[in-house]
Design a protein around this ligand. Structure first.
Ligand SMILES: Cc1ncc(COP(=O)(O)O)c(C=O)c1O
Length: 415
């Protein structure tokens, strides 16, 4: 993938993130991005602005309140544009786990006794347990298992699982352990032929480039904004035609006000408002690299996504290659990223040392990482990994640079 010979200017990128200069974090090579990313100064500024000038109840006529409301609406509108959704197709909630829980509660209305719900064993538990819970409403749970040889979810397997009774399919866009990107477009096309509602978990995908939800074709899509350079909140997208028919879970008088009907309560005002800063950061990133400022934000996002993918591929592939070659380590998932078929979320274990031991030794060498099951315990079990010790996970985003990768490889050599 060559993009007008333009490369991501990582020095510029890093200059936007105060954490790289902060005394507490500046000496660390930060590889725990899949847990939560750093935030650019635009987000911090928007948050501070809201808390300083507009920390009042929004949507009244006095100026502080009016501006608070305008900023909240603006943040929602901008994020909708970035992912190609309509403003009333977006719900901001406390976390992806909460968003999926309230969604599954609302989708109960489509489940009758004996209906089938497909979940995977590659997902984070957030996109499994709310759907498994539909058993209480009479649903039969069918598990789409990944191939134990290559760790991939195979679409031919899915085809075998679909029946006339299948109503819901919950599948991750990208595994937070294996890193593989699943073809949600193809999966949605197959599912829709059988009138199945598809819920895609984009938490491990979105930090590497905001998705175009209409192109993906999914009915619902979710990601955690605290992993996409924002504060600790999460976004749920839902197709308007489905959203508007879901039962009201909010106050009775709000019954026609979708998407606010899904969540019993509103969003965190200051954090929602600070999402304007995420937009500003990406817009600045575009302007720093490209000339045509007249493009729609969706087209800008597409170009930035390509820059990010090339950079991530360049810095992550040497790590994958290194881990794959080490006889004493076991790497999970593909050993090379090609055309964004894998995220740079890299998990491995040792043959002679526990994941805890490896992670502690890396931390002692100023590599910020951790061992865990990362709530993907079904995935770890299927991989034959001890869920208490977990895997060591190295997760990269576009602000990581070659120097940090060098330090990581040196540290891996040392231990
Ligand atoms: C792939 C994936 N899905 C869902 C979640 C849950 O997100 P949240 O912490 O916003 O509930 C995570 C969190 O790490 C994740 O990695």
């Amino acid at each position: 993938m060559v993009l007008e010979n333009i490369e991501l200017d990582v020095n510029y990128v890093r200059s936007q993130f105060p954490a790289f200069k902060d005394p507490l974090s500046k000496d660390w090579s930060f590889f725990e991005n899949a847990g939560g990313s750093y935030v650019p100064k635009n987000v911090i500024n928007k948050l501070t602005e809201f808390m300083t000038s507009t920390k009042v109840q929004p949507y009244a006529e006095y100026s502080m309140s009016k501006i608070a409301g305008q900023n909240m609406d603006m943040a929602t509108k901008l994020f909708a544009e970035m992912i190609n959704a309509k403003k009333n197709e977006i719900l901001i909630g406390g976390s992806t786990s909460i968003n999926l829980y309230v969604l599954s509660n609302a989708l109960k209305k489509y489940i009758s006794s004996g209906d089938e719900v497909i979940v995977t064993n590659q997902d984070h538990e957030a996109n499994i347990s709310p759907w498994r819970r539909l058993q209480e409403n009479g649903a039969k749970i069918i598990e789409w298992k990944f191939n134990p040889e290559n760790h991939e979810l195979e679409i031919d397997e899915l085809r075998k699982l679909i029946t006339k009774k299948t109503k819901i399919l919950a599948v991750t866009h990208c595994s937070n352990i294996i890193g593989s990107v699943n073809d949600l477009k193809k999966i949605s096309d197959i599912a829709h032929k059988h009138n199945i509602i598809v819920i895609g978990d984009g938490v491990s995908f979105a930090p590497h480039g905001f998705p175009n939800v209409k192109e993906l074709g999914v009915d619902f899509y979710t990601f955690s904004l605290y992993k996409t350079y924002g504060p600790h909140i999460a976004l749920l997208y839902g197709k308007e035609e489905i959203l508007k028919d879901l039962p009201n879970q909010n106050h009775e008088f709000l019954k026609n006000n979708y998407p606010y009907t899904i969540n019993p309560g509103g969003p965190n005002h200051e954090e929602l408002s600070s999402l304007i800063g995420v937009y500003d950061y990406f817009n600045n990133l575009y302007n720093h690299h490209f000339d045509n400022n007249k493009l729609a934000i969706l087209s800008k996002v597409k170009k930035i996504n390509q820059l990010i993918s090339i950079h991530e591929e360049n810095i992550a592939n040497p790590i994958l290659e290194y881990l794959d070659e080490r006889e004493d380590l076991i790497l999970f998932g593909k050993n090379k990223i090609k055309n964004k078929n894998r995220a740079p979320t890299i998990s491995f274990i040792g043959k002679n040392k526990s994941a805890k031991q490896i992670s502690s030794e890396l931390v002692s060498l100023k590599i910020a990482t951790r061992n865990d099951n990362f709530y993907a315990w079904r995935c770890l079990k299927a991989l034959g990994v001890d869920v208490n010790d977990g895997v060591v996970r190295i997760s990269i985003v576009h602000y990581n640079n070659k120097n940090e990768v060098k330090k990581l490889l040196n540290a891996l050599n040392t231990i």
